[in-house]
Design a protein around this ligand. Structure first.
Ligand code: NAD
Ligand code: USQ
Length: 382
């Protein structure tokens, strides 16, 4: 298949591009490299040293003979996007290219407006581009489990059957997100659903949980192919952050009561989920929703797991208690359905002590790159 990976220079997009290229798909990357600029804005970095996108794809070609074409540009620039779609004529458009940090979206008004403009307008442009140029193209859009929030009922995959005053209907599952970032994904979902219904576009919304890990088989082939690994209080995410904190001997930053429960998956499963979605496209006019996570954990459970594994490696760290910079439920019911991807053949890569050790060893190799002032959270929701 001809597949465009928008956001293909990022944490999820880069390993996905390599994996699909290795599987024989004809892959091209669209990215405006803005994630690298946000590092500069925040005086932060990936703990792993990143090669440029040109160096990355050149190394991939040298090692495998496979070419990944790159287009540097912004999805918000419709003329650019239209030219890419005309040239590539993709069968699938995998859309990772958004501002994905909840804290970044909560810095101030400007960052909230930027996040929603970048994400919602970018996705609208993709919908118009598909309608205008490649109407049969399957949109595979990264959503988030955080669209649902933490309701006191089991979370279904996108839709729920509701009986109200004697009548029944299957309706979108209620959305109660916890940041302007997560809200941008809700707005995207609504726009995509409308475009599917109105124009007959085919789309899969992948409500992904929190991704942990670093390497895939492909990114581990050469240091130039290494993936990014975020640790700072703005872009770092729970489990990866705890592992890196243990590598530098920092207390593990559990916010509030630490009983927040979320869905998680390994980056090795992210790439596989995209492949499964691509190989089993939605029908014309169908807005399909998959909950893309493999396991549920509380934040405290993860911190204690990391603490125990680090100890086995000779590292003593404390599980700290920090005031929660966010407004969110810290103790709640949480159960979510995730059978759609499993039914299509996903074999989950579970979190084990060895998986934590592997990420810990990578973090230890690069621990001198950590900017310590960036570890604690400095963005609040209030
Ligand atoms: P990332 O920031 O590492 O990568 C996103 C990439 O998109 C970056 O390379 C960035 O330069 C690019 N980009 C952003 N806006 C763009 C635009 N307007 N035009 C072109 N390129 C643009 O993020 P990630 O962790 O790889 O996440 C990828 C997607 O998956 C996001 O949509 C995110 O919301 C979703 N997601 C991520 C996680 C996670 O834990 N990382 C979990 C659930 C969902
Ligand atoms: N948390 C801590 N300590 C930390 C970091 C986080 O206790 O050091 C807590 C947060 O308060 C929150 C939970 O852990 O309750 C998850 O926070 P996170 O930063 O790991 O994840 P989140 O902000 O939800 O965002 C990440 C990605 C985002 C993606 C989302 C998937 O950055 O792109 O959409 O995970 S999900 O959480 O399923 O919505």
């Amino acid at each position: 298949m001809k597949i465009i990976i928008a956001g293909g220079d990022g944490f999820c997009g880069w390993p996905t591009a390599l994996y699909l290229s290795k599987k024989g798909h004809d892959v091209s990357i669209v990215d405006n490299l803005i994630r690298r600029k946000w590092d500069e804005e925040l005086h932060s970095n990936s703990i792993t040293p990143l090669a440029t996108l040109e160096e990355r794809v050149a190394k991939w070609k040298e090692l495998t003979g496979k070419e990944i074409r790159t287009y540097e540009g912004d999805l918000n620039h419709y003329d650019f996007l239209r030219e890419v779609l005309k040239q590539e004529q993709p069968d699938a458009f995998v859309h990772f290219a958004e501002q994905r940090s909840a804290p970044y979206s909560m810095i101030d008004r400007e960052h909230a407006v930027f996040t929603q403009t970048n994400n919602v307008v970018g996705t609208l442009n993709v919908l118009y581009g598909i309608k205008e140029i490649v109407p049969e193209c399957h949109l595979i859009k990264l959503g988030t489990m955080g669209e649902y929030g933490t309701p006191n009922i089991e979370i279904e995959e996108g839709y729920i059957e509701i009986e109200h005053k004697g009548r029944k209907d299957v309706l979108p599952f209620p959305k109660q997100p916890n940041s302007f970032y997560h809200l941008s994904k809700v707005h995207d979902s609504h726009n995509i659903m409308f475009a599917c219904k109105t124009w007959g576009i085919r789309a899969t919304d992948l409500n992904q949980g929190i991704v942990y890990g670093l390497d895939t088989e492909e990114t581990a082939m050469d240091p130039v192919l290494v993936n990014r690994l975020d640790y700072d209080g703005v872009f770092g995410t729970a489990l990866n952050r705890f592992i890196i904190q243990s590598a530098i001997g920092h207390d593990l930053t559990v916010y509030g009561k630490g009983q927040q429960i979320r869905g998680f998956l390994n980056i090795r499963d992210t790439v596989r989920c995209i492949e499964i979605a691509a190989e089993n496209p939605a029908d014309n006019g169908e807005f399909r929703v998959f909950n893309q996570f493999t396991e549920e954990f509380s934040i405290t459970d993860l911190a204690e797991m990391v603490q125990r594994v680090a100890k086995e490696e000779g590292i003593e760290v404390e599980v700290g208690k920090y005031d929660n910079p966010r407004i969110e439920a810290e103790e709640h019911f949480y159960r979510a359905v995730n059978t759609n991807l499993l039914d299509l053949g996903l074999e989950p890569f579970m979190l084990t002590d060895d998986v934590i050790k592997e990420i810990l060893h990578a973090a230890l190799t690069h621990k001198d790159r950590v900017v310590k002032e960036n570890v604690l959270p400095n963005v609040t929701w209030k």
